[in-house]
Design a protein around this ligand. Structure first.
Ligand code: COS
Length: 401
């Protein structure tokens, strides 16, 4: 059972506390780790999470099957933290339904929302977010995948890579260059169904913590202009706004992994005997546990500050970046310390801390590597200090701009 003391914090409402407790109990009763076919396990988890109603929190719009009309960041974060505590792939399955449909929740037309969101919320359609390219990872604006207008259609040419759910998704939200302006201002967002002619899975990618991942190739891929999300040229901003929500939730997932490692480490330290006493009786082990607990709490504070602030309607670009950086980097340290407390057992395949050790690594890279978060935080600070120098009538940090 998870430590839930932080639910008493003022960031949360009663409905959030109930949600986290219900999901924790549901996971204990229903989540089983399968070994083998990761695609099949992921598909099954999406179905299971959909049938139980949890995916309703991943989308926005009550009329489309969501629980709220606007994305509730705190709910998404609490759900991810709890799922990650229990099972990394369950967290992944939930998160990708949200990230993959996030641009439709935020900017989709009524028709797009009705066609895609209810299926995502029920777990009947698997969603994916396709932004990165072989030569445009951190530098998104350097993307070359292009969508050329052609009558009432667009024709897409190019590649996307590191696409989570690639190979099992039913549709992809992709970002492609439409050329209204150079760089970030010349990109648009589109929905491409997985069975659309001209879209193929060019490569499946294996990683240290297995989950469905692929490189996609688009060649003469014709889609209706009605599948463009938002205005032409707005794709970069749509991607960034989606990431403002889901980067905070990556922090929450890291927090779930770290909390689980702390709980495992504590159990180990209080049960392992050595030199005639418990491991926990050594001050060196106590120092480790103290550092782990402090790192977990500081990550939690930053994560739920960002989530709460976004739910108040504020801009959270800086806060989301801080949360993602601190929680993922901190979780890596907490998990490493837990492995150390376990000694040789900590690296045995199948141990919880061993799988956490593999699970956490990618979170420091995807949805904006730590170095990108540092860049974002510094830029936001510099922007704010320039505004302050120019006078008091400019909006302060925290106000929507
Ligand atoms: N919300 C809304 N608009 C945003 C925004 C946000 N969070 N962040 C940037 N923008 C806007 C800017 O205001 C700017 O608008 P104008 O053209 O009107 O001035 C525009 O978008 C371009 O922004 P910027 O100049 O900052 O773009 P850069 O090319 O310098 O990109 C970084 C900056 C590095 C922050 C961006 O490329 C990034 O986040 N990279 C990491 C990508 C990532 O997370 N990849 C993982 C994919 S998912 S696994």
């Amino acid at each position: 059972m998870m430590d839930r003391a932080h639910l008493a914090w003022p960031f949360f409402e009663e409905r959030h506390r109930a949600l986290a407790s219900e999901l924790d109990a549901w996971c204990s009763a229903n989540i089983r780790h399968a070994h083998g076919d990761v695609d099949a396990e992921c598909r099954a988890l999406v179905k299971q999470l959909g049938a139980a109603g949890w995916l309703r929190h991943a989308i926005a719009g009550v009329s489309c099957g969501g629980t709220t009309d606007a994305i509730d960041t705190r709910s998404i974060c609490l759900l991810r933290e709890t799922l990650a505590w229990h099972h990394g792939l369950a967290d992944f399955a939930f998160a990708m339904q949200g990230l993959g449909s996030g641009a439709i929740s935020l900017h989709g037309t009524a028709e797009q929302r009705e066609r895609y969101l209810p299926r995502v919320a029920r777990g009947d359609a698997i969603a994916a977010f396709a932004l990165s390219e072989p030569n445009a990872g951190s530098d998104v604006a350097a993307m070359t995948c292009a969508a050329h207008a052609n009558g009432d259609d667009y024709i897409i040419e190019g590649e996307k890579t590191w696409i989570s759910n690639g190979g099992i998704a039913d549709f992809y939200v992709i970002f492609a260059r439409t050329g209204e302006a150079p760089g970030a201002r010349g990109i648009s967002a589109f929905i491409v169904d997985a069975d659309n002619p001209g879209l193929e899975i060019a490569e499946r990618i294996d990683v240290i913590a297995p989950h469905p991942l692929a490189r996609l190739r688009f060649h003469d891929c014709r889609i209706s202009a009605s599948l463009r999300i938002g205005e032409p040229g707005q794709g970069f901003k749509i991607a960034m706004q989606t990431l403002d929500v889901f980067r905070t939730s990556v922090a929450a997932a890291a927090l779930g992994f770290a909390r689980r490692a702390l709980s495992e480490g504590l159990q180990r330290a209080t049960s392992r005997q050595m030199f005639g006493q418990r491991l926990a009786d050594f001050q060196l082990a106590q120092a480790k546990l103290a550092q782990m607990a402090t790192t977990v709490d500081s990550a939690a504070l930053l994560t739920y500050r960002a989530a709460w602030q976004r739910d108040q309607g504020a801009n959270v670009t800086r806060e989301a970046a801080m949360a993602k950086m601190a929680a993922t980097e901190g979780a890596q340290q907490v998990i490493d310390a837990a492995v150390q407390l376990f000694g040789g057992e900590g690296v045995r395949s199948g141990q919880v801390v061993e799988s956490l050790y593999r699970e956490i690594r990618a979170l420091r890279i995807y949805e904006g590597a730590t170095e990108v978060q540092q860049l974002i935080i510094a830029r936001e600070m510099l922007k704010e200090s320039a505004l302050l120098e120019r006078g008091p009538h400019y909006p302060a940090t925290g106000e929507q701009t």
